[in-house]
Design a protein around this ligand. Structure first.
Ligand SMILES: Cc1ncc(COP(=O)(O)O)c(C=O)c1O
Length: 353
């Protein structure tokens, strides 16, 4: 009798597939989406452009028009821009190109939980170092960790997820100058208030900055991410990408978004104002401690162990970090519409009463 199944790769035994719960509840504030969809002007123009596509043809393998448009936004040529299916794919491609067996990526904890998973997919070992006591990353801590571990890649989110705390440019410099590896700054949330490391690209030759359309561009349904970096990185990423990895619909959607960037991102000031309103009201709830945030979410701590379930029972889904080391008792809430946030606050007050 032949075997009924094939054993999964050794390093995947026991791995839990990544994914926050997708539950059908009234208020979903758990994956840091923008609560408002892109404006009708965008969806109308996109529909017209899609109607013009030759879908019988493969897409432009180099996504030249989209890379040019994204480059112009940062004053960079298309040869220094790379695009893929979400910034997660950009990251996994970086790990495939510069990681792999026998190589390591350095991550700081607590951080974005997908980073070690993406490294594993790329058969790259993760090594971790702790953030500072206040959960920030100082230049000294950053440099010491790089000098000690000598990683081929170091990857840090700015602002960090789940804390929301920004990373200073002096820390980015320290990460770079303490070693010889690739420095990846994951700027998925940078548009909500952190200072971008793009300003350092010409100064630091091994720096890359990854970005996404999922958050501030309010298009998580699209799966489009990109990076700004040196030309040699873009050349190397071509060696690991799948043939025609970025489809014509996604390229078109990104291009139209660049054309209408002002309209598509017009909500950002309102969202930041709503974050500050929510942070103030949250901090005023007795027993709640709120972290500063430069992102579109807030991390907060209470002493109540089952708060996640109490909120869910009231139709509000947030992200549970209460069992993550150094985040004991913490939940993370995405900034929603004022109405959604008021429902969340009412559910929280009730749950803590
Ligand atoms: C820090 C960070 N990086 C990257 C991503 C992934 O974004 P994308 O939707 O572009 O794959 C997320 C999503 O939550 C994130 O929090």
């Amino acid at each position: 009798m032949t075997a009924a199944r094939v054993p999964v790769r050794d390093d995947l035994v026991g791995v839990v597939a990544y994914g926050a719960p997708q539950l059908d509840v009234a208020v979903r504030l758990n994956v840091n989406e923008t609560p408002w969809p892109p404006p009708p002007k965008y969806t109308e123009l996109l529909a017209a452009r899609i109607a013009e596509l030759d879908l019988n043809r493969y897409p432009d393998r180099r996504a030249t028009a989209l890379r040019t448009a994204l480059g112009e936004r940062a004053g960079l040529p298309p040869t220094r821009v790379w695009t893929a299916n979400g910034s997660n794919e950009v990251l996994v491609q970086l790990f495939q190109a510069y990681g792999g067996p026998g190589r390591r990526v350095l991550l700081f904890t607590p951080g974005y939980s997908a980073h070690p998973l993406l490294a594993r997919v790329a058969t790259t070992d993760s090594v971790t170092a702790p953030l500072d006591a206040d959960l920030r990353l100082s230049p000294a801590t950053a440099a010491a960790a790089v000098a000690k571990r000598e990683p081929e890649i170091v990857c840090v989110a700015n602002p960090n997820n789940p804390t929301g705390l920004p990373v200073g440019l002096d820390t980015v410099r320290a990460l770079h100058d303490a070693g010889d590896g690739l420095v990846v700054i994951d700027e998925a949330y940078v548009e909500f208030g952190a200072t971008s490391a793009v300003a350092l690209l010409d100064e630091l030759p091994r720096l890359v900055v990854t970005r996404t359309f999922s958050k501030a561009w309010r298009m998580a349904g699209l799966r489009l991410g990109y990076l700004y970096g040196p030309e040699w990185v873009v050349d190397d990423l071509r060696k690991v990408r799948l043939p025609y990895h970025l489809d014509a619909l996604t390229q078109t959607a990104g291009l139209v978004a660049c054309e209408l960037a002002d309209e598509v991102t017009a909500h950002i000031p309102a969202l930041v104002a709503e974050r500050e309103r929510l942070a103030g009201l949250l901090a005023a709830v007795p027993g709640v401690e709120v972290f500063d945030s430069a992102a579109n979410f807030l991390l907060f701590r209470t002493g109540v162990a089952d708060l996640f379930d109490r909120l869910l029972a009231r139709g509000v889904l947030v992200r549970d970090f209460s069992r993550v080391a150094r985040l004991e008792g913490c939940l993370r809430v995405t900034v929603g519409t004022p109405e959604e946030d008021d429902v969340f606050l009412a559910a929280l007050r009730e749950s803590l009463a």
